[in-house]
Write a protein that binds this ligand. Sequence first.
Ligand SMILES: [Zn+2]
Length: 126
Amino acid sequence: MSELKLCQGSRCHTYTTKDRLKGSKDNKTFQTRRRSSMYYGSGNFCSMNCYNDWAETFIDRAVDHFGRLTEPKHLTEDNAWRKQYDWHGGSDDRTHLYYFINEITKERRTITEEQYDDRSYTLNTN
Ligand SMILES: [Zn+2]
């Protein structure tokens, strides 16, 4: 069995739902949810509420910590590659045709399905 993770929501324990009420008979308290998997915020939060609570509390510090933008970014030929796919083939033999398209130059470069699925695979240089 996989290990239970705690919801990282800063106020998870303050929502008085039945499933959060834990403990022995005379000593029950509302507690932070524990789950084997969670769907929000890259698996760190049990609900959008908890995700938003965390963001409200910590987002300014998180943005400052990882680097607040001080100037606008620019889309250029070097970072305008975007992955796309088209349907390809007849009705009985449908496959995808995967490619990069450059949003500035409109150049297309065919890639494999594995390259399409690999989230770290990019042609963008900045
Ligand atoms: Zn939560």
